[in-house]
Design a protein around this ligand. Structure first.
Ligand code: SAH
Length: 424
């Protein structure tokens, strides 16, 4: 892409933009277009789950068929078209018709044959010095290089420095990577895109392959360049999660092909996330592994609801346990803890009734405060407070669903004075 170009910013609010194609690349483009307020329409005989969900929510219009001549002009002329069909013939036809109609066309298959290109874009985080800033980078047809630079600039802006040297280091590390790839187990934090660590974010920007969970900063996936392979191993509605053995194999498989693999996990990789198993599987096969700790939901989700897991005068310890295997494992964890220790339960919704009964039987007071915090650090965060005795009934009444963190202990009462503590 050595042709001259003219960087420009568009106001797409309410304007018709057509996306031809229904795969993951199209889905990422649609995400960006919707963020920009565009009226996005997808033309494709099949669409991926992400797009289907958007159709269900009425966010986009979907024509479930192949592209037809004239689609760019009917029902009204489009302002812009993205084509990502996987078929060079169809992409070329769309581009030809766009050219004839004077509609700018971005081609996923052949940047050189496009009349427009999307830069790698990052927006300054709200409430930081970079607030309100948009960074757009193009790199002459090398989208991954563009997104690595974009991320480094943004991280530098957020931290108040501009580490030019580090930007260069990212570039050279990529070009001389060893024959074997590496695996980075990256803790993505509880869900907000800006609660990942700077190192996690930088590794993500340099990744060739990202193996992603359902929980964690899913929004960051939309910022990846089109040629980054995203393998979704999380459970989504109507779709079973990929088995752990298969995930382990995937990590080794991609690393053996010389790729930089990021295993992006929710929270911290080594807190009830099977990160240890993934690390062992790779190390035992001679694959270099790095772990990047993350902000665990066990501590951060209660914090978001104004619940400190320890609090002077209430308790100086907390226990984190999985309720996935049922009440017995929770009881074992609680039995070894101080009587006033805060109990933090992950994967605790399904077994909540059994767990509450077991804790009561083991001597915890019926009026012990309990908080159920769903979807922490997302716009849908919701907290239900109750007591151990009423927890199961109140959870049912409120329709509490996973993912949620369950907090049992007097610290829950601090919420009465603090309320939610997220800035969102
Ligand atoms: N490694 C992760 C935990 C994985 S287990 C971590 O350190 O956070 C998955 C459980 O984490 C979910 O069932 C839920 O109990 C909890 N969880 C993770 N993210 C959450 C969020 N944003 N809101 C509420 N609970 C969350």
């Amino acid at each position: 892409m050595s042709q001259p170009s003219y960087p420009l910013t568009l106001d797409l609010t309410g304007r018709r933009v057509v996306v031809v194609g229904g795969g993951p690349v199209a889905a990422r483009r649609v995400a960006g277009l919707l963020d920009a307020g565009a009226s996005a329409e997808v033309i494709a005989p099949f669409i991926c789950e992400d797009l289907a969900a958007r159709v269900d929510h009425g966010e986009i219009r979907w024509y479930d068929r192949d592209y037809l001549a004239g689609d760019l002009l009917e029902p009204e002329p489009a302002w812009l078209v993205h084509t990502a069909t996987g078929s060079p013939q169809v992409d070329a036809q769309v581009a030809r018709e766009a050219q004839a109609a004077r509609i700018w066309c971005i081609r996923a298959d052949d940047a050189g044959a496009s009349s427009a290109w999307t830069p790698a874009v990052a927006r300054g985080t709200e409430g930081t010095p970079a607030d309100g800033l948009t960074v757009a980078v193009t790199a002459g047809g090398d989208p991954r290089r563009a997104s690595a630079v974009r991320d480094a600039v943004l991280a530098a802006l957020d931290s108040g420095t501009l580490p030019v040297r580090r930007v260069r280091a990212v570039g050279s590390a990529q070009s001389t990577h060893p024959p074997l790839g590496r695996v980075a187990l990256v803790g993505g934090g509880p869900g907000a895109d800006d609660l990942i660590t700077v190192r996690g974010r930088a590794l993500l920007a340099a990744a060739d392959v990202v193996v992603a969970d359902r929980l964690g900063p899913r929004g960051l996936l939309a910022t990846l360049a089109a040629d980054v392979e995203v393998v979704d191993v999380g459970k989504t509605p109507g779709n079973h999660p990929v088995a752990q053995d298969r995930i382990n194999e995937l990590l080794v498989h991609h690393a053996r092909l010389g790729r930089n693999v990021v295993r992006l996990k929710g929270g911290d990789p080594f807190v009830l996330g099977r990160g240890g198993e993934e690390a062992l599987h790779c190390v035992e096969r001679g694959i270099a592994v790095e772990v990047v700790p993350g902000v665990t939901s066990a501590v951060s989700v209660p914090a978001a609801a104004g619940i400190p897991v320890t609090h002077r005068g209430i308790t100086a310890s907390f226990v984190v346990a999985s309720a996935h295997e049922g009440a017995d494992s929770v009881l074992r964890a609680a039995a070894d803890a101080a009587p006033d220790a805060t109990l933090v339960l992950l994967m605790g919704v399904t077994a909540l009734a059994d767990t509450a009964v077991a804790l009561l039987a083991a001597g915890r007071a019926a009026d012990t405060p309990v908080a159920l915090i769903e979807r922490g650090w997302t716009p849908e965060q919701r907290t239900t407070t109750t007591t151990l005795e009423r927890a199961a009934a109140d959870a049912t009444a409120a329709g509490v669903r996973a993912p949620a963190v369950v907090v049992v202990g007097e610290v829950v009462s601090v919420r009465n004075r603090l309320g939610d503590l997220t800035a969102r």
